[in-house]
Ligand binder design. Structure first.
Ligand SMILES: [Zn+2]
Length: 346
């Protein structure tokens, strides 16, 4: 039975290129084309946890400046990795964090690609002046759908479902004050408290229907907005956002809004800024890799530009910190950047 459905779905996808109208029967299967314009939600093209680990180890063997560190284990016992480029402890340091929410994977795909770039000639010398820390796939169990609750109503095809929560259904990005989950403890005890970090970008995905000025956004950004954050930390966060905005919004595929986010310090954007004096930026990119809500997921046709958006974000901020230009960034654009709204769908 399952095989029959798969065959139907593939047939539908093949017809798709000829005539989108012919795909209606495939959509009726449930997991076929149709999201955001005749696309498929297929997770098989994303790195699994094991594939990610093997990719990181291959890069570590190739790149002399890259060192991997295991910072802890997930609820289900998966080793959690930190990729480090630390040539000089006196250099400024930026941390990129991906997949606190397991169903938001394109940021991890972009981070892995960026790690590969760091080993190539076009990034030569950049890591001499900035330390780069990358925690990819913090919620490895959620990313692999290896959880103690049902994902039966999740949408994606491809042999694996991905969920926001960790294995015991906790949202890791609400655990930054209490630090109860092993994934959050690994991040705080073995990264935040161990390294002298100046900047952090926390990379996420949001629903697919957010817009700014009447146009769907490729993502939205926000600095810490708790009143307890040091104003200097907030200003540097806004400069980090300015670097990202300039690099991304100018691209043909880039269109950024101001994210509408609360002031709770259980969220890393706020909590980490207050607890460690680190300047933080939240980046919520468009569309999730899997969900039970159809308006949250985005088909793989969009993967290319969203992965590129992650690489552009990491590349531009690393370079701006390395050459010091981040410190002269004008933050006044934040005063006029419109908050995103949600496009109403029928
Ligand atoms: Zn998220």
């Amino acid at each position: 039975m399952k095989k029959t459905l798969l065959t139907l779905s593939i047939a539908g996808a093949m017809v798709l290129s000829a005539s989108p109208l012919a795909t209606t029967p495939a959509s009726a299967v449930g997991n076929g084309p149709g999201y955001g314009g005749n696309e498929t939600i297929n997770t098989s093209i994303l790195h699994t946890y094991d594939e990610m680990v093997s990719y990181l180890k291959t890069q570590e063997a190739k790149q002399k400046d890259l060192e991997l560190e295991v910072i802890g284990q997930s609820v289900k016992g998966r080793d959690l990795y930190l990729a480090k480029y630390m040539k000089n402890p006196d250099n400024p340091t930026i941390l990129f964090l991906t997949q606190q929410h397991g169903n938001e994977q394109l940021t991890t795909e972009g981070a892995l690609e960026f790690i590969k770039h760091l080993g190539t000639g076009k990034m030569k010398g950049v890591a001499d002046n900035v330390n780069i820390l990358i925690v990819p796939m913090l919620n490895a169990d959620g990313a692999m759908g290896d959880v103690d609750f049902s994902l039966d109503d999740y949408i994606a095809d491809g042999g694996r479902n991905l969920t926001r929560f960790n294995a015991v259904e906790v949202d890791l990005n609400r655990d930054h004050v209490d630090k109860i989950q092993p994934e959050t403890q690994a991040l705080h005890f073995n990264v935040m408290q161990k390294y002298d970090i100046d900047y952090m970008i926390d990379l996420h995905h949001q629903g697919a229907n957010s817009e700014r000025d009447g146009k769907l956004v490729s993502g939205s950004i926000l600095y810490p907005n708790t009143p307890n954050a040091d104003p200097e930390v907030v200003e540097k966060s806004k400069q980090l956002g300015a670097v990202v905005f300039d690099a991304v919004d100018s691209k043909g595929w880039g269109h950024l809004g101001k994210y509408v986010g609360g002031s709770a310090e259980t969220i890393s954007r706020n909590g980490i800024a207050v607890e460690y004096g680190i300047s933080t930026l939240l980046f919520e990119m468009r569309g999730m890799s899997d969900h039970y809500r159809e308006d949250y997921v985005l088909g793989q046709k969009s993967n290319g530009y969203l992965i590129k958006q992650t690489i552009t974000t990491l590349d531009s901020t690393v370079r701006a910190i390395a050459d010091g230009s981040i410190e002269t960034m004008d933050t006044s654009f934040w005063d006029t950047l419109a908050e995103q709204t949600t496009r109403q769908t029928e």
